[in-house]
Write a protein that binds this ligand. Structure first.
Ligand SMILES: NC(=O)c1ccc[n+]([C@@H]2O[C@H](COP(=O)([O-])OP(=O)(O)OC[C@H]3O[C@@H](n4cnc5c(N)ncnc54)[C@H](OP(=O)(O)O)[C@@H]3O)[C@@H](O)[C@H]2O)c1
Length: 250
């Protein structure tokens, strides 16, 4: 049986992956910066501060790298790679984001550099680039539309996806031999932020005066030009509307 490590196993995507592994009776270790409950399947490590990584990755066959740091994602990934032995028989499955090579956004540049580090490392890998999770878009609207008057960036086109479908794809990819390739996955429909916000307000029964702010320059062109979208659509996942209808956190 494979020995599995999940960095970011405590995060949104990590939790969805853990559910799939549990359902399939597959054991795993979660890497986290803390283990307050003292669970036996948690390895305490900090990817940015480079602590505990070697011990956590030792003897693992599959490493799902889902942990992220908005400012130091590349450093975190580099530290992980350095702790891994290139000659070890390991499959690194990394979650990335659709459009990171075309959207000039600081965090995306970090993710892109992380991808490059992985490709250069000599460690067998699969990269999966996903579009935005429904939960992420929901969090954005919760913040931007918290008050009666909300400011919303104009004309961003996104293709939100059900997080469980991304987790399922990661799991399926981990079962295959690593081909050192990059795949993409996106939701079944693309919308503008305005369309998604309208549906969000409807479902959450919130009335907001929304002021749409234009985004200028290269970032605006990328967002408006659909660079966050992919043709690799997940057909049977929940659409934004269906996800909002089913969202227990409403
Ligand atoms: N959100 C989206 O829409 C979206 C779309 C496509 C791809 N992605 C990618 O999917 C991945 C997971 O996203 P998510 O939304 O599930 O993230 P999340 O809920 O914010 O979770 C972040 C995870 O990173 C871990 N982490 C943070 N700093 C760490 C450090 N220094 N050392 C070790 N672990 C650390 C956290 O673990 P502890 O707090 O337990 O230490 C946590 O489990 C990210 O790589 C992101 O780029 C996200």
């Amino acid at each position: 049986m494979s020995k599995i490590l999940i960095t970011g196993g405590t995060g949104n995507l990590g939790k969805a992956l853990v559910k799939i592994l549990d359902k399939n009776n597959i054991s795993y270790t979660i890497a986290s910066r803390k283990n307050k409950s003292g669970a036996s399947n948690v390895a305490v490590m900090d990817l940015v501060h480079n602590k505990g990584i070697e011990k956590a990755v030792a003897d693992k066959d599959i490493i799902f790298h889902l942990a992220t740091d908005m400012k130091k994602d590349t450093e975190a990934t580099r530290n992980l790679l350095q702790a891994m032995q290139p000659e070890a028989n390991v499959h690194l499955v990394y979650i990335s984001i659709v459009g990171i090579d075309e959207v000039p956004f600081a965090y995306y540049q970090q993710k892109l550099a992380s991808e490059e580090e992985i490709k250069r490392s000599g460690i067998p890998y699969t990269i999966l680039r996903a579009t935005q999770f429904h939960e992420f878009i929901d969090d954005i609207f919760s913040k931007l539309l918290k008050y009666p008057i909300g400011l919303l960036p104009k004309k961003i086109i996104a293709q939100p996806i059900q997080i469980e479908k991304v987790a399922e794809e990661l799991y399926q990819l981990s079962l295959k031999q690593p081909e050192n390739k990059t795949d993409e996955i996106g939701g079944s429909e693309a919308y503008t932020f305005e369309e998604m916000a309208k549906e969000w307000m409807l479902q959450k029964r919130k009335k907001r005066l929304v002021i749409n702010l234009p985004i200028f320059g290269a970032l605006g062109r990328a967002f408006h030009g659909g660079k966050l979208t992919t043709e690799h659509k997940q057909k049977d996942g929940l659409t934004w509307k269906k996800w909002l209808e089913s969202d227990k956190r409403k």
